[in-house]
Design a protein around this ligand. Structure first.
Ligand SMILES: [Zn+2]
Length: 373
């Protein structure tokens, strides 16, 4: 009897400890699977084409062929530098660690080098202490690239996982796990001739720069493309053995990052047309047609001393091109004398000012039309 009561005591104790552990887990900042209310996680898995488990769910049926990209809607906060550490511990021994670290940096750099977009990846250094925390469903405050056991995703070459804020869709933390299984022989390959591993049945040659260039696209956050027409894109969702084509961005990849992170021209201020209006008055047989263009900055404050170029057409097609400088209120006033009746249309063709950039995309309206009389 005494022995049975001890057993019961231990069973109760174990149950209590389990309960305490569960409570602790639930109270921690990141709850596996569901996560706390404000955060969630998305996973991108990259497979060899011939070993993929099938067309991934949610694959879009149609992708435009030229300039194709799919923007997930998730993004880094404005002006963020995306820092990352490399933990090369489990990389295998096919090539030297330095080569692989260089290959990872080059994979990120190809996106940063694109002049049409504003992206800044920063390599913080090698750190062999850091875990790829997202693999255990947690955040540790570090973005880490490293080799790891990703057998939860059978045959996958690499897995990128990122945490985001549900309300803002802003990325909080991201990790990239490269498959440490020795089946994959990771290289930083200078040329196709240097692929040297023997038996392709027992190993699969992978260029680290090729794969990281693709995964860095997910870091930004572009989605995979699966249409055959997108096979040359860095964001094409599969890779082949010994593949190098993802190292260079295709037009679609470039269009993608330019859309998500448009370049801010440093040292320049951006202006646009805040308002364009037309009025007219009569004097004898003449009509005096006035066009007023207001130029403003990004905070809608008037921009004086900007040169505004306007074309004005009348019903008979007569074209008047002129340029006028904005006054202290940011307004350029164009005066036209005419005997012609009918509609007049004024269109802003350009706005210039030293050290300023005109962004017509922000214009309230590019033109104005008025009937006379
Ligand atoms: Zn992918």
């Amino acid at each position: 009897m005494k022995r049975i009561s001890w057993i019961i005591f231990f069973v109760i104790l174990m149950l209590l400890m389990t309960f305490v552990l569960i409570s602790t887990t639930a109270a921690s900042p990141v709850n596996p699977e569901k996560g706390p209310p404000d955060f969630n996680k998305i996973v991108f898995v990259h497979y060899p084409k011939e070993m993929a488990p099938g067309k991934p769910e949610g694959t879009p049926g149609k992708v435009p062929q030229e300039g194709a990209f799919i923007y997930s809607g998730y993004h880094w906060p404005d002006a963020t530098v995306v820092n990352y550490y490399i933990n090369p511990s489990e990389h295998g021994d096919y090539v030297t660690e330095d080569d692989l670290i260089q290959g990872i940096q080059s994979g990120f750099q190809v996106w940063e080098d694109e002049p049409g977009s504003d992206i800044d990846f920063y390599f913080k250094g090698v750190n062999t202490e850091l875990e790829i925390s997202s693999l255990s469903n947690s955040m540790d405050g570090n973005n880490v690239v490293g080799w790891a056991d990703i057998s939860n995703y059978p045959n996958a070459i690499a897995v990128t996982q990122f945490w985001y804020n549900i309300k803002t869709k802003e990325v909080i933390e991201i990790d990239l796990a490269l498959n440490s299984n020795t089946f994959f022989s990771w290289r930083q390959n200078p040329s196709i001739d240097s692929w040297t591993s023997g038996d392709s049945l027992t190993s699969y040659d992978v260029d680290v720069q090729n794969i990281v260039a693709h995964e860095a696209g997910h870091w930004l956050v572009l989605d995979d493309l699966y249409a055959d027409s997108n096979i040359d894109n860095t964001m094409y969702g599969y890779s082949d053995e010994k593949e190098l084509i993802k190292r260079d961005l295709a037009p679609g990849d470039i269009a993608g990052i330019q859309t998500i992170y448009p370049v801010q021209i440093s040292g320049q201020t951006i202006m646009h047309v805040g308002k364009i209006t037309m009025t007219y008055s009569t004097g004898g047989a003449n009509y005096f047609i006035n066009t007023e263009v207001t130029v403003v900055d990004e905070k809608n404050m008037p921009v004086p001393a900007a040169i505004v170029y306007v074309d004005t057409t009348s019903l008979d097609g007569a074209l008047t091109s002129s340029s006028v400088e904005t006054n202290a209120q940011g307004v350029a006033i164009f005066k036209l004398k005419s005997k012609q009746i009918g509609e007049y249309t004024s269109t802003v063709m350009n706005v210039t000012k030293d050290e300023w950039t005109y962004n017509p995309g922000n214009d309230a309206a590019p033109s104005f039309t008025i009937p006379v009389p």
